[in-house]
Design a protein around this ligand. Structure first.
Ligand code: CA
Length: 493
């Protein structure tokens, strides 16, 4: 339906209404947290009281999605509003990977900046730094500050990859120039200790890969030397990010702000603070969920302390579905018991079945959002367009190609619609899922062989029965729709 002049006028008025208020925005992204990993979605093996509170005071989406089933592509799309498969090098980024999002690209941070917001990203980045590669001992740019953020405190890649240092704005924090940081993918010297040569010294053993440089008793992917004063303990990551987030919020409480809190929990290596060890009964994976829940509670508390609860929109999401053994022997499998990380859905991280991308998704804005549960389809890729609308920012014509303004649905407004069609991709953009209403088309490429399966999600949450043969017209329609979307893959912002 083409919008009428009246509709456009009312949409503009709506946008103006929120833009005048300039609510603060706190986006909390968990890492590898599954649909079924939180107690408000039905988990009974562990409790997530803070996330549950956020959901009880806001909207919990049962069809909330991220756009890809691994970290880097989802984060690329979350920031840019464009599908990762359109761009080069958006699979899992290596330690020395360059900045994937080029300066000048519109992101939710650059959009809200137009409206006078201050913004920070605190947590895991994993979108590369520098051009053509990171200069670990010099200026680390381009990075978040070149695409709209005013401040960053980052884990530069992901914690199972080297190096374990904080990047604050353009520098490695606390780096001693007398002890330069070297990062590489080849062993720096024959006597360099690795997870293979010094396996007996590890406090967390690896199960596959993850056996190169050792730091803090944990071997990683990749090699590094130096930068000893700059290195952190894995156990302190969440505390430091929460503390720095609180400080940053306090410093911005009088201006509209956007905080992107990108937790590392519950990605491997799962090594939460000692105070969480053994607390979930599900091993370190469950303990990391408790730590993530604690972070959510601390951020809510910080907003409350500044009396900003009714002026702040929280959005909680995850970057992909769950995984158990992802390279370390942390007993995630052995201690799982009856816990179902994906809930009723099939697959998890790396998969284009629902469990790979249908993940926790909660919004809260006290006093504005009527609490409830929504079955509307919402996705992390829609945040740039929706937040632009919320703040009154204008999206340039060539930007945020796949982001839809679904703000009314995100705010739980009555009869508001989410997405009609949602594309889900795997790490490298080789396999895809297409959700359209109750239908889900799965397009997989295995050894160059293409296959399509069709599922009726209304009757078959677990995508167990391929009904492509019973519904040839639906299959044909959705294959054509997906093909037309993929044909546009070269179109870039
Ligand atoms: Ca992830």
């Amino acid at each position: 339906m083409k919008p009428t002049t009246l509709m456009l006028a009312s949409m503009a008025a709506f946008s103006l209404l929120y833009a005048e208020e300039k609510p603060n925005i706190v986006i909390i992204m968990a890492d590898d947290l599954g649909w079924g990993d939180i107690s408000c979605s039905g988990a009974t093996s562990l409790k997530t009281p803070h996330i549950d509170q956020l959901a009880a005071e806001g909207v919990r989406f049962t069809s909330g999605y991220c756009s890809a089933s691994t970290c880097t592509p989802t984060r690329y799309s979350l920031l840019t509003g464009t599908y990762a498969f359109r761009a080069e090098r958006t699979g899992i980024a290596p330690p020395n990977g360059p900045a994937i999002i080029k300066p000048g690209t519109s992101t939710f941070a650059s959009l809200v900046k137009q409206s006078g917001y201050q913004s920070a990203v605190i947590g895991k980045w994993h979108l590369g730094l520098g051009d053509p590669k990171p200069d670990w001992n010099g200026e680390l740019k381009p990075g978040p500050l070149e695409i709209g953020f005013d401040h960053c405190l980052l884990l530069p890649t992901t914690n199972d990859r080297v190096p374990q240092v904080y990047v604050e704005d353009h520098r490695v924090r606390h780096l001693d120039p007398a002890d330069p940081l070297w990062v590489g993918d080849k062993i720096p010297s024959p006597d360099h200790p690795t997870g293979i040569t010094h396996r007996g010294t590890l406090k967390l053993d690896w199960s596959q890969g993850h056996n190169q440089t050792i730091h803090n008793g944990i071997s990683r992917i990749g090699f590094y030397t130096g930068g000893q004063k700059a290195r952190y303990r894995d156990e302190d990551l969440a505390d430091e990010w929460v503390n720095q987030s609180k400080k940053w919020i306090a410093s911005k409480k009088n201006t509209p702000f956007l905080l992107f809190f990108a937790a590392h929990d519950i990605h491997v290596p799962r090594m939460p603070h000692e105070r969480f060890h053994g607390k979930s009964g599900l091993g370190l994976r469950g303990d990391s969920i408790l730590q993530f829940d604690w972070c959510v509670g601390e951020l809510m508390k910080s907003i409350e302390e500044h009396k900003l609860t009714e002026k702040t929109l929280f959005i909680l999401c995850s970057d992909n579905g769950p995984v158990l053994d992802d390279g370390y022997q942390d007993q995630a499998v052995e201690k799982l018991g009856s816990h179902k990380p994906s809930g009723p859905y099939r697959g998890g991280k790396y998969s284009v079945f629902e469990g790979g991308t249908r993940t926790p998704f909660i919004t809260r804005w006290k006093g504005r959002i009527a609490p409830g549960v929504s079955d509307q389809v919402v996705c992390t890729i829609d945040l740039p367009a929706s937040l632009a609308h919320l703040t009154g920012a204008k999206i340039p014509a060539d930007a945020c190609l796949d982001s839809q303004n679904i703000l009314p649905a995100l705010l739980g407004e009555k009869n508001a619609k989410g997405r009609e069609v949602l594309l889900q991709q795997d790490n490298n953009g080789k396999s895809f899922g297409l959700r359209a209403g109750k239908w889900k088309l799965v397009r997989e490429t295995n050894k160059e062989k293409l296959s399509h399966q069709l599922f009726d999600l209304e009757k078959d949450h677990g995508e167990k029965t391929n009904v492509a043969a019973q519904f040839p017209a639906e299959r044909k329609r959705l294959v054509a729709l997906l093909d037309s979307m993929l044909k546009e893959r070269t179109r870039q912002p």
